[in-house]
Write a protein that binds this ligand. Sequence first.
Ligand code: ADP
Ligand code: MG
Length: 250
Amino acid sequence: MIHAAGVRKNFGPLEVLKGVDLTVSKGSVACIIGPSGSGKSTFLRCINHLEEVNSGLILVDGNFVGYRLQGDTLHELPASAICQRRAEIGMVFQHFNLFPNMTVLENLIEAPVRVRKEPVAQAREHALELLRRVGLEAKRDVYPRNLSGGQQQRVAIARALAMKPKVLLFDEPTSALDPELVGEVLEVMKDLAQGGMTMVVVTHEIGFAREVADTLVFMDGGVVVEKGDPKEMIANPTSQRTRDFLGRVL
Ligand code: ADP
Ligand code: MG
C-alpha cells in the first residue's frame, strides 16, 4: 500500500531525510519511533503530499506521490490532482486540528461534501456511523472546545475516516493528551488496525507499538536505523542507537 525508496528531503542546507526506505503492506500497521528531530513528521508529510521530496520515490496504492507515470516518464501532477490524491490519505495530528467554528457532525461532513462531492444526506449518514464507531454519537452537535482532548482526537480520527482513505497516517496522536485520556484514543486506533486499516503511526507509546504494530521502525538522524517485528526489536534491538533510545523511553 505504501512503498518509499531512497526518500531524501532537505530544508535549505539542512538534510532532514537521508534516504528513507519503507514498505507497508495493505492492512498492516507500521509504528515509527525515534528521537525528536529525526525526521518522522517530515516523512509522514512527504507521504501525504505536504512536502515535496528532493529525491527518491513514494508510491501509495501504486500511484507515485506527486507524479503520474506516462510510458517510462514521470510527470509532475497539477495541484488539482494532488488534492485528489491527498484525499485518499488520512492524517491525524498531535493537536487534533478540528475546525473550531463547526460542530462535530459538521467537521465530519465538510470534506466529503466539498472534496468528494458526496450528497449531504449520504455524508451525514456515514458521519453518524463513524461517530458511533468512536463512541461519540451523542456529541454530534457539540463544538470541539466543549470536548476533552481525547474526545477531540477521536473526532479527528472519525473525520479522517469520513474521506474513506486507503491509508491513515498518525503523527503523535496521543502526545498532547492528559495521561488518563491516552487509552481511549489508542483503543480506537487498535480497533481500526484490527478492522484492516493500513496505518503508519508515529508514537512514543511503545506498549501500543508492541501490541498493535506489524512492523516497528526506529528512525534517527533522517534514516531508518532498524526495523522489524516489534516484540523482537524491543526485546533484542540489534543497533546500539535503538538500544539507547529504547533504554530512555521504556
Ligand atoms: P520529528 O518529527 O522526528 O521530531 P521533524 O520531521 O519534525 O522531526 O523535523 C526534522 C528536522 O527538520 C528538525 O531539525 C526540524 O527543525 C526540521 N524541519 C522540519 N520542518 C521544517 C521546515 N518546514 N523548515 C525548516 N526545517 C524544518
Ligand atoms: Mg514530529
